[in-house]
Design a protein around this ligand. Structure first.
Ligand code: NAI
Length: 270
């Protein structure tokens, strides 16, 4: 059911790879709530993915941008502003990648070139997008920027590898840039810390099946789905959450504040 929460708003969605992607579901949810969108992803992902299907469905142009390249972000923002005839009201950063994770390299043996690349893509990219947008004055007054993160930024999940450090850095940027952009233009910046979710990036983590069912058993409400995350993003892009900024917001069915659940105790007693 739609409430027109984003009527008249314009947004950029990074990271819709396929229909499992959190960004894909968020784009659909924003469209249903009345927003106009631009979709973007890395050129290689555009070749591999099925983004054109989504673009047609929600009537949005697709503008390629590798988030590690400043000129790509400048081009994306210029073209988006031309398309919308002005600045944007919201941005979703739904991007994550670790080569160490992909190649199964243990945390204690990380290859630092891979670490640098993963950090650049997964965390510094938020700074790059915000800094470029600020220079170009691409985000409207009271705009809202959301990036997706995971609780491994605060607690140890060994198989999450160097993505834990990337997420800690990402959350820190959201806080610090949130301050700067808030003072400058009332733009707010938050991260959503989402439950494990079956997507291309999520399933790449070693032992993901055990991981996701453990979280399901530990969360009083169960794991939050990608669709539910999309709905939460809509609320943060809307004017109903206007004074929320610089926060890391857990969207995890209560996992983050549960010490142990009855379901897990019963499992241990078997
Ligand atoms: P996904 O694999 O569908 O999305 C990741 C996206 O990052 C892809 O669209 C990919 O093309 C994009 N990307 C990678 N390198 C890029 C580059 N150089 N430039 C531009 N885009 C690039 O997976 P998912 O799960 O939807 O991931 C979205 C976000 O949610 C990520 O930040 C992820 O860490 C976060 N997250 C995911 C969870 C999960 O269990 N799936 C749990 C908590 C957070």
């Amino acid at each position: 059911m739609a409430y027109n929460l984003l009527k008249g708003k314009k947004g950029i969605i990074f990271g819709a790879l396929d229909e499992n992607s959190i960004a894909w579901k968020t784009a659909q949810a924003c469209h249903a709530e009345g927003a106009e969108l631009v979709l973007t992803n890395a050129p290689i992902a555009l070749r591999m993915g099925t983004i054109n299907k989504l673009a047609e469905e929600i009537n949005a142009p697709v503008i390629p941008a590798d988030v590690t390249i400043t000129e790509d972000i400048e081009n994306l923002l210029t073209k988006s502003m031309e398309h919308f005839g002005g600045g944007v009201d919201f941005i979703l950063h739904s991007i994550g990648m670790s080569i160490n994770v992909r190649k199964g390299i243990h945390y204690t043996e990380n290859n630092y070139e891979f670490t640098h690349k993963g950090l650049d893509i997964s965390a510094l990219s938020l700074h790059r997008v915000l800094a470029t947008a600020m220079k170009m004055d691409a985000i409207n007054e009271w705009g809202s920027v959301v990036a997706l993160t995971y609780i491994a930024a605060q607690r140890v999940f060994p198989d999450y590898n160097d993505m834990t450090d990337n997420k800690a850095y990402l959350e820190s940027i959201a806080r610090n840039f949130g301050y700067q952009y808030g003072v400058k233009k009332n733009v707010r910046v938050n991260t959503i810390s989402q439950s494990p979710t079956r997507t291309t990036a999520g399933s790449g983590v070693k032992g993901f099946d055990g991981f996701i069912s453990y979280a399901e058993k530990m969360s009083p409400l169960g794991n939050a789905t990608a669709q539910e995350c999309a709905n939460y993003c809509v609320s943060l892009f809307s004017d109903l959450t206007k004074m929320v900024t610089m926060q890391n917001l857990f969207h995890d069915g209560g996992f983050s504040f549960t010490g142990v659940s009855q379901a897990v105790i019963e499992q241990m007693e078997k």
